[in-house]
Design a protein around this ligand. Structure first.
Ligand code: SAH
Ligand code: SF4
Ligand code: F3S
Length: 475
């Protein structure tokens, strides 16, 4: 298949998080790789596929960049700042070559795909460039690079889903895992680079997804998050005659049926694609968490049209109503972009008012960053001054902080059954968990018999805009 080839023609012409399996260095390997990941959860999930491929070649993971024979950085192109961070890291990694002449540095992921072999020419920072669909060719690329050649494979594939590769869980808490259910994106949101860096949308064989989830559950995991850029357009048709089509709602149901003790989450939902069937499935199974990440991007129908989001303000609001009517107690979060091309003060006001209407529990908020090659870059002027973008973003953030606080205050007194994910980051005397609505809750370790991976009932006692605080109670 094409993705196994090394691209000779090209050859001629978070946030970052370092990771390793729980035991920091695996003694059975004498060659080691170090991998650092940026960007969305899909990238983090991909790094686990990469780790599996490299382990198959006899490389063990290390957390210590100084002892690595291979350094990989899995990159994101979504905003310019994400790319700047990666460039800075690569300059730092290059310095390590002074003491280790054999060291190879590779760039993976979306920035590799976007810049292709330009990376090798312009930057001279890396030896290996591999796009998101070409990870199976890593072993041969590493060999090429070790032989002094520059190794590039940025071919995108229409089929690759890495379905048969069992990811090596890196830096996992042993309780929650991400499971990739599809790759790529067929939407053409005009601001977005993802369709160019990740290629066409394709859904992974549902059987391999169920097998992976079952295997995780058998290994003691208690929560899976199904991942895709647009999970609601998951659609699997088998090559076997008469095999039924599997939609996202069907898949969600199959995962939920593995065990009532396996929590199920998913991300991301596109407002145009989430169906009533998905909502009814969520309502039917208690172990499917009541939480939807439903990025709005803008509250102005005019801007939404320029963004090519294919819904209007009214359509989005009706979707929020529908969610609340089928799942009355559902957490909703959003992504919001401030200062998209031609955005006026009145459009910005529309964004603020749709936030109030939707009562988001939280949001990821950005100012618009033009990405080369996207529809918006080709068609529209990035004409909102930076100062205005930042001011509008600040107003959006301030409103979201207020909405998050209001939403959290409503939780006080309520009881939730939650999964202990591990220690609270700030205080080892406290556990960290998330409610069904994906709100972080911390609570004291009052009962010594409790451990990570246990379900406990917690009553909420206090909150800030970011965190709930509670105490363990009898259910
Ligand atoms: N597939 C998801 C989002 C993927 S990217 C979806 O459809 O919603 C994550 C978020 O980054 C986007 O939702 C958007 O809010 C933001 N983003 C994408 N491109 C951007 C750009 N050029 N400038 C600023 N933010 C951007
Ligand atoms: Fe980008 Fe839109 Fe696809 Fe999300 S749905 S990844 S924003 S093109
Ligand atoms: Fe970034 Fe690529 Fe994800 S651009 S957000 S890492 S799909």
């Amino acid at each position: 298949m094409e993705q196994f080839l090394v691209d000779k023609t090209q050859d001629e012409s978070r946030q970052g998080e370092a990771y390793a399996p729980t035991h920091a260095r695996e003694a059975q390997y004498n060659r080691h790789f170090y991998i650092e990941s940026y960007g969305c959860q899909m990238n983090f999930a991909d790094s686990e596929v990469v780790a599996s491929i490299l382990q198959g070649e006899g490389f063990g993971a290390t957390r210590n960049v100084e002892e690595a024979d291979l350094i990989f950085i899995n990159t994101c192109s979504i905003r310019e700042k994400a790319e700047q961070t990666v460039r800075k890291r690569l300059t730092e990694f290059k310095k390590l070559k002074k003491n280790n002449k054999q060291l190879l540095i590779g760039v993976l992921g979306c920035m590799a795909e976007r810049l292709k072999s330009k990376f090798l020419e312009e930057e001279k920072l890396v030896d290996i460039v591999v796009g998101p669909d070409a990870y199976r060719s890593l072993p041969s690329l590493v060999m090429e690079a070790a032989g002094g050649q520059k190794a590039v494979n940025v071919l995108l594939s229409r089929e690759e889903t890495y379905a048969d590769i069992a990811p090596v869980r890196l830096d996992s808490n042993g309780v929650s895992a991400f499971v990739s259910i599809m790759r790529g994106c067929n939407n053409m949101c005009s601001f977005c680079v993802v369709p160019f860096t990740r290629g066409r949308e394709r859904s992974r064989d549902w059987k391999s997804i169920i097998e992976e989830c079952k295997d995780l559950f058998e290994k003691g995991y208690k929560e899976v998050t199904l991942l895709g850029q647009n999970v609601d357009s998951y659609y699997y048709t088998s090559t076997q005659p008469d095999a039924p089509v599997v939609t996202f709602a069907n898949l969600l149901e199959k995962v939920a049926q593995i065990s009532p003790n396996l929590l199920v989450r998913f991300s991301t939902s596109h407002p145009k694609d989430i169906t009533d069937e998905v909502l009814y499935t969520m309502a039917k199974y208690e172990n499917i968490c009541n939480y939807i990440h439903l990025p709005v991007q803008s509250g102005s129908s005019r801007i939404l049209q320029l963004m090519n989001r294919t819904y209007t303000r009214e359509w989005y609001m009706a979707k929020v109503d529908r969610i609340r009517s089928i799942i009355p107690d559902c957490g909703i979060s959003s992504d919001i972009i401030a200062g998209f091309c031609t955005e006026e003060e009145s459009d910005h006001e529309d964004t603020l008012s749709i936030m109030r209407y939707s009562k988001y529990d939280f949001s990821y908020m950005f100012f618009y960053s033009e990405r080369p090659g996207t529809l918006a870059a080709r068609r529209y002027q990035d004409d909102v001054p930076e100062k205005t973008k930042k001011r509008r973003l600040q107003e959006i953030v301030a409103l979201q902080n207020q909405l998050s606080l209001e939403s959290n205050q409503k939780e006080i007194g309520k009881k939730y059954k939650v999964l202990i994910e591990g220690d609270s980051k700030k205080n080892e005397q406290e556990w960290k968990a998330r409610t069904s609505h994906n709100k972080v809750v911390v609570f004291p370790k009052t009962n010594l018999s409790h451990k990570k991976g246990d379900f406990v009932t917690v009553q909420i006692t206090e909150c800030t805009q970011a965190t709930l605080r509670g105490e363990i109670v009898l259910s």
